[in-house]
Design a protein around this ligand. Structure first.
Ligand code: ZN
Length: 378
């Protein structure tokens, strides 16, 4: 597997000067969109908190550091490649040389003046929307078959997939893309984040087989798209009035939408900027919605903590907020596949005084038939 040892000795200062460490971190680690931070790319560090930052040392070299305190989780670009790939220093240098366009026996191209780092985008770049739309078309083509099967196996039916522009990224070998679009090392499902009007504002690509050392999700770079922190899922059918479900992640929000609920998906459990609760509350007030927070229960308490945090902020006199917790070891997707009566849990919580104020015939805990999806059993 490993390549023959490099025979060319590249000047390391030159290699580092020709390497954009931030771009490398964007690729090798999951970026945190709020700040110039990344989730630690090392396998042995399950880094919920985006602990990696960048700085420049006295020699002008860019360096990264994970604040876990582990001395191995830091260094320059060569150390990063070595840490992620698990290869030798010579192999890491060779990879960076190749990436920088250096070739043995050829004179070094003159070095480009260092580009200042692009500031985080304020407005969504249309290439992100184009990528999401192309992938949404590919889902229904033969190239999309493995992704479609993967989505079906997770309980998502065609109607909700179409309504929410879910797509298939066949991988960068088959679909070229500009820098800053999700990398696409292999096939992935694309989940657009939609605004309250159903417009695509962002997209997350879920690798069908995440590579070791990488997160499950890949996002557009912060320079192309501001992370909206949440998505408004579109139910593919008539909705249960009066109820808004808040879920962790876009796939769970789609499960709720498929069951006929208006739903919000939070893009990542560390996505709690102060505007999230306020934006949800605004819509809940406008449309007179009670709120049910469906927490993950497969993540050592992170989901419960998130649910409580949101409940504290949303539970005002104006809003009835309840928390619905899947059984231990489940998120909503896995729960809904195992137990199709999960919806009854939402209905059960609704028997409070608030629902009595509404016409009880207005909603029922039954799944509307046109909304039901039975996962196909092979
Ligand atoms: Zn670390």
């Amino acid at each position: 597997m490993s390549r023959p040892p490099a025979t060319t000795r590249w000047p390391i200062d030159d290699i580092l000067a020709r390497t954009d460490l931030a771009a490398l971190l964007d690729e090798f680690a999951q970026p945190d969109q709020r700040a110039r931070r990344w989730h630690c790319p090392l396998n042995d560090h399950d880094d919920n908190h985006a602990s990696v930052t960048m700085h420049r040392d006295q020699r002008g070299h860019e360096r990264w550091r994970c604040w876990s305190g582990d001395q191995r989780h830091r260094g320059d670009a060569v150390d990063l490649v070595q840490a992620v790939r698990g290869n030798t220093r010579a192999e890491a240098i060779e990879e960076l040389a190749t990436r920088a366009g250096l070739q043995p026996g050829r004179e070094l191209p003159s070095i480009a003046p260092r580009k200042p780092t692009l500031p985080p985008a304020v407005v969504l770049d249309e290439r992100v929307v184009a990528y999401a739309n192309i992938c949404a078309r590919l889902l229904w083509s033969p190239l999309g078959t493995p992704v479609r099967e993967w989505l079906h196996n997770r309980g998502l039916g065609d109607d909700v997939l179409r309504a929410n522009h879910v797509g298939a990224d066949p991988g960068r070998d088959r679909l070229r893309r500009s820098h800053g679009i999700p990398y696409g090392a292999g096939p992935g499902a694309t989940f657009p984040a939609l605004d309250v009007n159903g417009q695509i504002r962002y997209v997350q690509t879920r690798a069908l087989e995440p590579r070791p050392g990488y997160g499950k999700y890949d996002n557009p770079s912060a320079a192309l798209a501001p992370n909206p922190r949440l998505t408004w899922a579109v139910p593919p059918c008539r909705t249960q009035p009066g109820q808004l479900l808040i879920c962790e992640g876009i796939p769970d929000a789609l499960i709720a939408a498929q069951a006929g609920y208006r739903s919000v998906g939070l893009l990542g459990s560390n996505a709690l900027d102060p505007t999230v609760a306020a934006r949800i509350a605004n819509v809940a007030t406008r449309d007179n919605l009670d709120i049910t927070i469906v927490t993950d229960n497969d993540d050592n308490g992170v989901g419960k903590h998130l649910g409580q945090y949101l409940a504290d902020r949303l539970g005002t006199e104006e809003h009835v907020v309840t928390i619905l917790e899947p059984p231990e070891g489940h998120d909503l997707s896995s729960w809904s596949i195992e137990d199709s009566t999960w919806i009854g849990g939402v209905g059960h919580r609704l028997t409070g005084d608030r629902s009595a104020r509404r016409d009880p015939s207005m909603w029922s805990p039954q799944v509307p038939t046109e909304c039901a999806f039975e996962p196909s059993i092979p």
